[in-house]
Design a protein around this ligand. Structure first.
Ligand SMILES: [Fe+2]
Length: 262
């Protein structure tokens, strides 16, 4: 009997621990400095929602978003795990309160579904999908070029064509895409900041699994902020899960980025 109780306690504690690792969203606050910033701008970046049946978790994310102050809202792709959850996505986007400057890109998994339908869901909720497109924004007297590039890991990117007619001098240039491969595929000379997701921070961040995933997907930048020669890359661990419905040692993340002058 005692053994049974011990086993049940271990199972319960393991469940609780995995639940914390999978659903305890961390708000990752980062600062990026840029000479062209006149007044501080706050960006909320979320990615890899991978919506499934778990509406309770989706509501939790929504409540977090609606309690954060930001100027720009960015979505990094991979929105659903099955087409039946488009309805959850629509409901979720509809309930986000601040969508004054809201933009999104497609992730590799989105291309499995009806892209037109995903695009429609975003546009009817006042969020513009930038699929190899740019937006020129003026926010708090700052000139910001936001460049949204299709998922580069499956060759949906077309950076050069996207920026061909865009003047990238004397402005803050932010590139939004799903995967960091874009920094290896293109010379992003004039880009200041690249925001991506895709890696889930390995999702199951344990040594053996981490090494397998690292080799399989050639993951060089897995999570966090990387200061490279001329740009800053931030890899967001994302919010959802793929294949296995849990995370270990890679908590879900909302990135709250503050762009400031030095
Ligand atoms: Fe993903």
């Amino acid at each position: 009997m005692l053994y049974l109780i011990i086993i049940l306690v271990i199972i319960y504690l393991s469940y609780k621990l995995i639940d914390i690792h999978t659903h305890d969203v961390e708000i990752n606050r980062q600062s990026v400095y840029n000479d062209y910033i006149k007044n501080e701008i706050k960006i909320l970046h979320l990615t890899d929602l991978h919506f499934d049946f778990n509406k309770k978790y989706q509501t939790k994310i929504l409540n977090l978003i609606n309690n954060i102050e930001y100027d720009i809202l960015l979505f990094g792709g991979d929105y659903i795990n099955h087409k039946q959850y488009m309805i959850n996505l629509n409901e979720f986007l509809r309930k986000i309160e601040n969508k004054k400057h809201a933009f999104a890109v497609f992730g590799n998994h989105d291309y499995q579904y009806n892209l037109k339908k995903i695009n429609k869901i975003f546009s009817q909720n006042n969020i513009k999908i930038l699929n190899n497109e740019y937006a020129q924004l003026v926010i708090k007297k700052n000139e910001v070029n936001l460049i949204g590039i299709g998922s580069p890991d499956i060759d949906k990117d077309d950076y050069n064509k996207t920026v061909k007619n865009l003047d990238l001098t004397n402005s803050i240039n932010i590139l939004l895409s799903h995967c960091y491969y874009i920094i290896e595929k293109e010379n992003l000379n004039q880009i200041n900041l690249v925001l991506v997701g895709d890696t889930h921070g390995y999702q199951i961040n344990l040594p053996i699994i981490r090494n397998i995933l690292k080799t399989k997907f050639d993951l060089k930048y897995t999570a966090g902020k990387y200061i490279l020669n001329h740009l800053i890359l931030i890899v967001n661990r994302g919010l959802g899960t793929i294949k296995l419905p849990f995370r270990i040692n890679s908590k879900p993340e909302l990135l709250l980025l503050s762009l400031e002058n030095k």
